[in-house]
Design a protein around this ligand. Sequence first.
Ligand SMILES: [Zn+2]
Length: 421
Amino acid sequence: MGLSSSKIDKALENFDQFPPNERFFGLENFGNTCYCNSVVQVLFYCLPFRQRVLQYYCEQKSLPMPTSTPNVDPVNINNNNVNSNNNTQQNYYTRNVNNNSSNTTTTTTTNNSNSSNNRTTANYNYNNIDQDTDSLILCLGELFYTIMQQKKRTGVISPKRFVERLKHENELFRSYMHQDAHEFLNFLLNSITEFLQKQQQQPNGKDVNSNNSSKKEVKTFVHEIFEGTLTNETKCLTCESVTNKDESFLDLSIDIGQNRSLTSCLSNFSSVETLSQNDKFYCDKCNSLQEAQKRMKIKQLPNTLIIHLKRFKFFEAFQQYKKLNYRVVFPFEIIVQNTTNDIVDPDKKFYLFAVVIHVGNGPNHGHYVSMIKSHGVWFIFDDDNIDIIQESDIYNCFGSSNDFIGSNDCGYLLFYQSESQ
Ligand SMILES: [Zn+2]
């Protein structure tokens, strides 16, 4: 159940660990944009990411950094900066949740897009997007900045400019259909990465470095935060030579099974697969196609680990994607095992700080919400509603141990922060 902003304000008073500048704003839904809202909220409370996006935005717009940007682990509580800048931008508008309680706790796709639009157009300029210079990262930065600059601690904000830009950049997100939160996250991170790489290579519109291969080596803050490395190890079964090929990842997509733990799904991810028949491996030593054993190993873990549980599976028999409501238990703390021998920090511990949850029965129906830990307190973000929850509420989104009945609130994207961050 969502609380009105005054109620959540009151509830927040019971906790003294929040820095005075931390903000808790719901995001308005523009008709099935919960896939976007749920992920954007997680990224906002992923503090290293928030910090870097704000830094970038303020640099580009020659604005002072909000003094309020805490650069701390969300698990710990040690920030006491004071909010001083009230230079609120006009591109967004805020309102009180009290005015609208009609779409609280909705678990269907029927969000009230018409009324949202009516409410927004009054203050929003549709032609505000400069298609050449405004990028997705600038629109995201503007959204983060606007939230940080709010005088009130709680409320609702319209992410309209960001959503418009997203639709401009990718037609996939233009419809009012239900979209995949993972696909959106992937697109957003990749698009920010590519944009920053391009900008670093062509600061004056000129290609400084004509060597194409160098393009991939430009690392951005997205890499610093989310990038890890996998080693694809292939062993030829004829000559027994081993080939290692490294590939980087921004998230791990893992297969799931009924009543499996996250740890067990992760070790399955690294299990041995035999390449044979039509799927043989070309061995350089044997100079021919050979049977081989392939294994994916985690070589380097990122600072923030994103795990995507593959809950949407294509079934040949039905010729469509179906949702797997399987119960997959994920822990609050995890040491990711099954890595390569030369791993830098084998006992790196990770703490769960956010979960994007899919509610509903199918890939084309349903709703996304996120549960996020900020300064030691868990919150649920459900579009324009925010509520404080108990840590134990996370147990309700593991899925159902019965394939046909039970909860269809399922953890879908898991966000873990490393201990060292
Ligand atoms: Zn061989």
